[in-house]
Write a protein that binds this ligand. Structure first.
Ligand SMILES: NC(=O)c1ccc[n+]([C@@H]2O[C@H](COP(=O)([O-])OP(=O)(O)OC[C@H]3O[C@@H](n4cnc5c(N)ncnc54)[C@H](O)[C@@H]3O)[C@@H](O)[C@H]2O)c1
Length: 437
């Protein structure tokens, strides 16, 4: 055994601040309250249910992850957040329509107590939305300072030992890195001068990272994924994760694609289409927000199939992703995938997947896991991009010059090996010779 990494205790309250009290956030918050009251099980959460095998298979040591890392219990978590609408968390959860009113009614006082702080918002970046609960200021720097104030006051009011901040706000319009994003100095100048290349999500990310908070981005917008904020995170020791929660269709894609590739079955085409009717679907109906999402969804297959290594199998893949806003479905998305496969001697085959999923039901446990694991990273003094949390994201943040790892199984191995490394345990290579020698 190697020396375990020193990890600060997980005692005290953990504040989880969510930007946007929409479908995902309210499903996380109501879910945690329901689980606390033993009204429902925490299915889908690694931090609640997951185990990690330590040592050899013959040792039969597979403890619960939460036990070996002193993770805060659900009773130790306090939620807060911001939204452009004034509805409290109960009303927002009713609007989102994900969870049954009969469940929400049993949690009503707890949820009503969570009222959104006023938001940093500009329609320029999310064209389909507008709301009344918005901060006013002369400059974006002032807005960032107001957020920092919100963060400090929340921590004090709720007696939190530590905080984590996660962007669960709407998908912003597509943006590329620009000059203002290159250094802390240029970003701070840009904040002072209201540079249009700094969207709202970046102002939240700046405020969180400036305060040394762990920050994650549940959406695909750039947000913290710029050199200036990576530099700032290194200085303030903020761990970072993102982007875009891997739920629904992309989750299935990163489960199925590695299997097809493992058996070297060719793929000529992968046509993915979705119908969804929630507010996220409405925002994504705007072509500029959709472009951000499309980029995030499309890159997955290129990296998993590695067409440069397997010409003839994947280099002429036609990958199409469509999202259709269809209000009657609400949050209950339906995704269809048609995969045109090519087998032995070039014979074509087809695989069809029809996933009737619930977007926010898939997203909620991974927001909880991300928060608890980012808090663990902070306690273990790990800052910057946490590649081991790629497992949860469609467009994993990665170091410059590295390609992102999208294969769900490699991502899980990375996550669990990171946990073993933190405990000073042997990493598992799956070589397994020792059982036979
Ligand atoms: N539901 C999923 O499974 C899933 C999966 C991957 C990614 N996402 C992403 O997560 C985000 C949230 O999804 P959702 O389904 O909860 O959407 P939603 O529309 O229900 O909620 C988003 C909330 O953010 C608020 N908001 C927007 N801009 C804000 C700002 N600047 N400050 C404060 N609040 C702001 C909106 O008013 C809304 O209440 C979206 O970007 C979505 O693309 C969701």
């Amino acid at each position: 055994m190697k020396k375990p990494v020193e990890i600060a205790p997980g005692a005290g309250k953990l504040g989880i601040l969510l930007v946007g009290l929409g479908a995902v956030s309210t499903t996380v918050i109501a879910g945690v309250h329901a689980i606390r009251k033993k009204l429902a099980p925490p299915i889908g959460s690694l931090t609640e249910l997951g185990t990690v095998r330590l040592g050899k298979r013959t040792e039969r040591r597979s403890p619960r992850i939460r036990e070996i890392f002193d993770l805060p219990t659900l009773d130790d978590i306090v939620f807060g957040g911001w939204d452009i609408f004034e509805e409290d968390c109960y009303a927002a959860a009713r609007t989102a329509g994900v969870l049954e009113p009969s469940l929400l009614d049993q949690l009503r006082p707890d949820l009503e107590a969570i009222r959104p702080m006023s938001a940093v918002f500009d329609r320029q970046y999310v064209k389909r939305l507008d709301g009344p609960n918005i901060k006013k200021a002369k400059t974006k720097k002032d807005l960032a300072d107001q957020l920092i104030d919100d963060i400090r006051r929340f921590k004090e009011r709720h007696g939190c030992a530590r905080l984590v901040l996660i962007w669960c706000g709407s998908t912003e319009v597509y943006m590329k890195e620009s000059a203002a994003h290159q250094s802390i100095k240029s970003l701070e100048q840009g904040l002072e001068q209201n540079d249009p290349s700094i969207p709202s999500s970046m102002i939240y990310a700046y405020a969180a990272i400036k305060e040394g908070l762990p920050y994650a981005n549940a959406a695909p917008n750039l947000s913290a994924d710029i050199p200036a904020l990576l530099d700032l995170a290194a200085r303030t020791k903020s761990p970072l994760a993102g982007k875009d929660l891997k739920t629904g269709q992309t989750l299935v894609k990163t489960i199925v694609a590695p299997g097809l590739k493992a058996r070297l079955l060719g793929v000529a085409g992968w046509y993915s289409t979705n119908i969804l009717g929630n507010r996220d679907g409405e925002v994504l109906d705007d072509p500029e927000s959709f472009k951000t999402k499309e980029e995030s969804k499309k890159s997955v297959l290129d990296y998993i199939f590695q067409p440069h290594l397997y010409p003839g199998l994947y280099d002429s893949l036609h990958h199409v992703v469509r999202i259709n806003y269809y209000p009657p479905r609400g949050d209950n998305k339906e995704g269809w995938d048609n995969i045109d496969l090519v087998g032995w001697l070039g014979y074509p085959m087809q695989l069809k997947i029809n996933f009737l999923c619930r977007d926010s039901i898939l997203a909620a446990p991974i927001v909880l896991d991300t928060a608890l694991f980012l808090d663990l990273a902070k306690r273990a003094n790990m800052s910057g991009i946490q590649e081991w949390l790629s497992f949860y994201f469609k467009s994993p943040m990665h170091a410059a010059g590295l390609y992102p790892e999208h294969d769900l199984f490699i991502q899980l191995m990375k996550l669990k090996n990171t946990l073993r490394y933190l405990k000073g345990e042997e990493l598992i290579t799956h070589l397994g010779r020792e059982y036979y020698d």
